[in-house]
Design a protein around this ligand. Structure first.
Ligand code: FES
Length: 184
């Protein structure tokens, strides 16, 4: 069972109408029919974790134009969904050969090159990096910038400079079709 809600705000940047938006899509997938059966076996100390493990977020990506990003909430965390431009995709591939802190190829971090999906939590101390909204600083490598202590992420969400030790995490996700992706 899934519910999807979209909140779109219009802004103007560089003379063009662009959308800056917060897409909140929440979907809790539960097995109500078997909940009664399994409940007695659930660790009574941590039932919330069990419920959380069943949570998914379904995102309608059909309206996200190339170059746009949205932030959705999945299991209480921000998740960045960026529809990358060809330039961003090519830069990410080029940067595969750079001196990476947390070595990973761009191809290992995406299922479809144009869609980059990341947990939007800085791997240093957990701030939410900037770079989702038009006009946000994106750091020296064109991806995201965490102003808390100055971590720079590239167009694949890989840490390139600053104190963060790891790349922005890629959550589990699956494309349901060309217009919908399920996170979790
Ligand atoms: S929390 Fe992001 S750089 Fe420290």
């Amino acid at each position: 069972m899934a519910d999807t809600a979209t909140n779109v705000e219009n802004k103007t940047e560089g003379g063009e109408s662009r959308r800056d938006f917060l897409l909140l899509a929440t979907s809790v997938v539960g097995a109500a029919g078997v909940a009664g059966a399994i409940w007695p076996f659930v660790d009574s100390m941590n039932p919330a974790a069990d419920v959380l493990a069943l949570s998914t977020t379904e995102v309608d990506i059909s309206q996200i134009e190339e170059g746009q990003s949205v932030t959705v909430v999945w299991r209480g965390k921000p998740v960045f969904v960026r529809h990358r431009t060809q330039e961003e995709i090519e830069q990410a591939a080029t940067d595969d050969a750079a001196a990476l802190v947390d070595v990973q190829t761009d191809a290992d971090r995406v299922q479809k090159a144009e869609w980059l999906i990341l947990v939007g939590v800085c791997t240093h101390l957990g701030c939410v990096p900037l770079g989702q909204k038009p006009g946000d600083p994106r750091g020296e490598f064109g991806g995201w910038f965490c102003p808390c202590h100055g971590s720079h992420y590239d167009t694949s969400g890989r840490i390139r400079k600053g104190p963060a030790p790891k790349n922005l995490a890629v959550p589990p996700y699956a494309f349901l079709d060309d217009e919908h992706v399920k996170i979790g």
